[in-house]
Design a binder for this molecule. Structure first.
Ligand SMILES: CSC[C@H]1O[C@H](OP(=O)(O)O)[C@H](O)[C@@H]1O
Length: 363
């Protein structure tokens, strides 16, 4: 995506052809910081501490982590140790394990001397594939927006609510939930986006709002609890969110609060779509509520908030009493029955085993 007139992906190979550069998303929207990840530890920390985040981007970053590890030590021991270290960073997004398994399946049979080059090549392919998958998701989601627009008065925008950040900052480019929005802008279809702030890390307020502003998409930041009210008053035409892991029968695991949006959408007859590339589907899981591990992050993310002070400094402040403990489940599971459709690179599937099998008969 364009930042200040220059096109950026969220991750790219450093000039030394072995490290990777990333946008350190912790400082957005106030500072645009690029950092270089030179070691396996750098990559693990960047994923664990959410310098980079978003299921597809986590997977791509981990793939590059394996490549960097092989450049340092391409032994079987090092390969397995890198897989374990990276896999331990965050438990919920399936793209992480998908990418790590794809890398290890490629590298294990290779002679050690060939692994570093092959690993960087495959990591670059996974990054490029992500861009293409997201563009295709955008094309398929665009048709839904176009159909909705046809039912509106001329010039009246399609009002879309999104939760968290499933934008280009959550992927290599385009995003998943935002891809249809960006393509609608390119097609001159009027859209307006309600951006859930998305407590506690505020990915909506800090990242999605920054993306929307940078791309000229009309948008309104709202508190997480306003979505149901807006739907009750007919202010939302559809919801489009991303996902970190979707089961083989269409249950959707996504940022905490997604389930409540889906309940409100169901109660108000608002279509609830989930945009996802197929590496986000966990074909081995059929009951999301029982089987998907939900990451429990530090309560400090709830009690402490980052922002910019009046004097322009980036600072953290405490919003609760010092002694108050805070719980912080980072994701929840939306049952398939609440999902209108799954927007994939191959088309829009019903949120069911049959729906997904129709698009992915090979799975
Ligand atoms: C396109 S996946 C984006 C997905 O990832 C986010 O989680 P996090 O910011 O904690 O990595 C959120 O669930 C988004 O929907």
């Amino acid at each position: 995506m364009n930042v200040g007139g220059r096109h950026y992906r969220t991750i790219w190979l450093n000039d030394d052809r072995r490290a990777v550069d990333i946008i350190d998303q912790r400082w957005l929207p106030h500072e645009f910081r690029i950092v270089t990840l030179r070691t396996l530890d750098d990559v693990a920390i960047a994923i664990r501490d959410m310098w980079v985040r978003g299921a597809p981007l986590i997977g791509v970053t981990a793939a590059y982590g394996m490549a960097i590890a092989m450049t340092d030590d391409s032994s079987d021991t090092a390969l397995d140790a890198a897989w374990e270290k990276l896999h331990a960073t965050r438990p919920t997004a399936i793209n992480l394990r998908w990418a790590l398994d794809a890398m290890r399946a490629l590298l294990k049979p290779l002679p050690e001397g060939e692994r570093a080059k092959a690993a960087h090549g495959r990591a670059a392919e996974i990054a490029d594939e992500d861009v293409e998958l997201n563009r295709a998701i955008g094309e398929n989601g665009l048709e839904i927006i176009r159909k909705t627009a046809s039912g509106k008065k001329p010039g009246e925008p399609v009002n879309i609510l999104t939760h968290c950040n499933a934008g280009w900052l959550a992927t290599v480019d385009y995003g998943t939930a935002t891809a249809p929005i960006y393509l609608a802008m390119e097609a001159d279809i009027p859209v307006h986006v309600y951006v859930d702030e998305t407590r506690p890390r505020n990915q909506g307020a800090q990242l999605t709002a920054w993306e929307m502003a940078g791309h000229g998409v009309p948008h309104t930041l709202i508190v997480d609890n306003a979505g149901g009210h807006l739907m009750q008053h007919g202010d939302v035409d559809m919801v489009i969110v991303g996902t970190d892991r979707t089961t083989a029968n269409g249950d959707v695991c996504n940022k905490i609060g997604t389930y409540l949006k889906a309940l409100a959408a169901k109660d108000n007859g608002v279509p609830f779509y989930v945009a996802l590339p197929s590496p986000t589907i966990d074909w081995t899981v059929f009951d999301g509520l029982k089987e998907i591990p939900i990451e429990e992050r530090s309560g400090d993310e709830v009690s402490l908030v980052w922002g910019k002070t009046a004097s322009g400094d980036i600072a953290q402040v405490r919003v609760s009493p010092d002694a108050t403990p805070a719980g912080n489940p980072a994701f929840d599971v939306t049952p398939a029955r609440l999902v209108t459709g799954l927007i994939t690179e191959r088309g829009v599937a019903a949120a069911s085993r049959e729906g997904l099998r129709a698009l992915f008969p090979d799975r």
